[in-house]
Write a protein that binds this ligand. Structure first.
Ligand code: NAD
Length: 258
């Protein structure tokens, strides 16, 4: 039996990076997958590729920062696959102009919080009633290791958005525990996806981060998708309100190996 047999999983930001890899993995594990994004051609291509591999998947456009889109993506999932049991709030942005609190423009703050934090709120706002109606389920909200420690290479809006995801997820977990809805955060370390392409292409910026990773390497999207799969599946049935950290040892380290 596959690990997500019988589940209907909604994955936001499924056109690229970790959301794309998770969409494939969840479908291989038996889930019916609805993936959403604002990059429609890439999103449709992921759904088509999954169906080509024999999986069940459908793509729908949804900007997670817009309430009407969030409501419509949940309705699309329940109309298409008859319910909702996994909600993977993965969509996020990492704007170049997000930096020090004294320099970050207000519009960059609003954009980042609007997608990374409000987007998770809206996904839960519309997703939770559908999950309760489906008999319960698992929410996986993507935070980051930067929600757990400070950096001298600041991205104030991004960090604040991910901190908000952590505390919001805890509260959601407590509120809905007795209705069969679990909610956990996932905290990736730096992962080699299109999100970090520019940063990791610069040797100095790459090295500055690498020295803080005990494992001595960046993570791969598959390594996060596997953790998300565990949280989405019934294997994590007694876990709610936690943060699963998948960071190559960053948050455990004070001094890293030479
Ligand atoms: P990515 O850029 O490869 O994928 C993100 C996807 O989200 C893209 O397809 C993008 O089009 C989509 N998206 C952006 N704005 C959207 C919106 N308003 N509505 C719907 N979709 C939208 O990035 P990734 O690295 O796979 O990141 C996935 C998640 O993991 C993000 O929440 C990110 O903050 C988080 N994260 C990434 C890293 C990393 O190092 N890559 C580390 C920690 C956390």
């Amino acid at each position: 039996m596959a690990r997500l047999d019988g589940k209907v999983a909604l994955i936001t930001g499924g056109a690229s990076g970790m959301g794309k890899v998770a969409s494939h993995l969840f479908a291989r594990e038996g889930a019916k997958v609805v993936l959403t994004d604002v990059a429609d051609d890439a999103g449709e291509a992921v759904a088509t590729a999954i169906r080509g591999e024999g999986g069940q998947a459908a793509y729908v456009h949804a900007d997670v920062s817009r309430a009407s889109d969030a409501e419509a993506m949940v309705r699309f999932a329940t109309d298409t696959f008859g319910g909702l049991t996994v909600l993977y709030n993965n969509a996020g942005v990492f704007p170049e102009r997000d930096g020090s609190v004294t320099e970050t423009p207000e519009e960059v703050w609003d954009l980042t919080i609007g997608i990374n934090l409000k987007g998770v709120y809206l996904g839960c706002r519309y997703g939770i009633p559908a999950m309760i109606e489906s008999g319960g389920g698992s929410i996986v909200n993507v935070a980051s290791f930067v929600a757990l420690m400070g950096a001298a290479t600041p991205q104030i809006a991004y960090t604040a958005s991910k901190g908000g995801v952590l505390s919001m997820t805890r509260e959601i977990a407590v509120e809905f525990a007795r209705q069969g809805v679990r909610a956990n955060s996932l905290c990736p370390g730096p992962i080699e996806t299109p999100l970090l392409q520019e940063l990791l292409a610069d040797p100095a910026r790459r090295q500055r981060r690498l020295v803080h990773i005990p494992m001595g390497r960046f993570g791969q999207a598959e390594e996060i998708a596997n953790a998300a799969l565990f949280l989405a599946s019934d294997e994590s049935s007694y876990m709610t309100g936690t943060a699963l950290v998948v960071d190559g040892g960053i948050t455990a380290a004070y001094v890293t190996p030479e």
